[in-house]
Ligand binder design. Structure first.
Ligand code: KG4
Ligand code: ZN
Length: 340
């Protein structure tokens, strides 16, 4: 099945053509990061307007790069939520319009479902598996029993890991979003130089909390300002990254051991992180786990990832009704409920 996938939940306008939920014919991502950087975060109204401007050119480019005409599309998959309502509406309306004009079915997919299955575009994994999703809005551990069958085992109680990276970068005076910058600086620093907290490390739950770590960064900078570039700034980044990774590794390890599941996916923008990728590799070797982390290009927001669950639903006749609407919030544990 040839699926057109569309993603506009936050600040990336993306479209992709994917065959059989596996072969990427094209994947176009138009990022608004530079526009929002000026404001230190995503401005929802600006995001919607930019999506509106870019959605048609991005879809056209995806078709052109794949060498595909509208009439060849057999189904459309699109992010239905969660995300910014105005932003979601742009992609969702475009998906409905294409589906209607081409007389093909469309399906609304959960954004995190896309992240969960991004690695399937490179190498699929058998069910059940555990998934750690770490992005700007999510730090969740899921048990994935099949398409549409997700159980949340742990989640952040406050900030997401990506949010902690971005806010800590802002505290240090680095540009938004600062996750990748901290990662690059951390590679040059001493990870034991600065003592930082590991929130909820030993609380016995699979939940996370990163707001205390952000406050510790704020207090540390207030007490002794760091200059960038400097060895001190690199040390602080390395120590911060080590604290985040310690918690992510410990909770993921506990989830694997508690459930006895031997397969793991790590996904979302923070899965680009070099320290996390390396340490997850070590954990997988220690526990004999089959580990999948998408290539960095598939970790962040893109449309191709949506075509994996989208293709499955469409092939099983689980298309969405034209009356379906977007949803700003959507519990992963309830995704199966809306499947007809
Ligand atoms: O999945 P994503 O592209 O968008 C959301 O759905 O949130 O994730 C974006 C997040 C941002 O917080 C960004 O700073 C973070 O991923 N990120 C990183 C790295 N690359 C992106 N965080 C740590 N290290 C990185 N290398
Ligand atoms: Zn995302």
């Amino acid at each position: 099945m040839l699926v057109l996938a569309i993603e506009t939940s936050c600040d990336e306008t993306a479209a992709a053509l994917v065959r059989d939920g596996r072969d990427i014919l094209s994947s176009v991502v138009s990022s608004q990061v530079a526009i929002h950087a000026e404001y230190g975060g995503v401005v929802p109204e600006i995001a919607s307007r930019k999506h509106l401007e870019m959605i048609s050119p991005v879809i056209s480019q995806a078709l052109r790069e794949a060498g595909v005409a509208f009439k060849e599309i057999e189904g459309v998959a699109v992010t239905r939520g969660p995300g910014l309502s105005g932003a979601l509406l742009v992609g969702f309306s475009a998906a409905k319009a294409v589906a209607c004009a081409c007389h093909v079915p469309f399906v609304g997919v959960h954004h995190i479902e896309g992240h969960l299955f991004a690695s399937f575009l490179e190498q699929p994994l058998e069910f059940p598996f555990l998934a750690l999703v770490v992005s700007g809005g999510h730090t969740h551990i899921y048990l994935v029993e099949g398409f549409g069958r997700y159980r949340t085992l742990g989640r952040t109680l406050d900030d997401a890991a990506g949010e902690a990276y971005d806010k800590s970068a802002k505290i240090m005076g680095l540009a938004y979003p600062g996750g990748a910058t901290i990662d690059a600086m951390a590679r040059e620093g001493n990870l034991r130089a600065v003592q930082l907290p590991r929130p909820l490390l030993h609380d016995g739950s699979l939940n996370f909390s990163f707001s205390g770590l952000k406050t510790a960064m704020l207090n540390r900078i207030a007490k002794c300002p760091v200059f960038i570039p400097s060895g001190e700034a690199n040390d602080l980044c390395a120590s911060f990254q080590e604290a985040v990774c310690d918690v992510l590794i410990a909770k993921t390890s506990a989830a694997l051991q508690r459930t006895g599941v031997k397969r793991l996916v790590v996904a979302g923008g923070v899965a680009c992180n070099s320290g996390l990728r390396q340490r997850m590799g070590i954990l997988a070797d220690e526990l004999a786990i089959d580990l999948r982390i998408p290539s960095p290009g598939l970790c962040g927001d893109n449309a191709a990832m949506l075509a994996v669950p989208g293709n499955h639903y469409l092939e099983h006749g689980l298309a969405s009704a034209q009356t379906l609407d977007v949803t700003a919030t959507w519990d992963m544990d309830r995704v199966g409920e809306v499947l007809p």
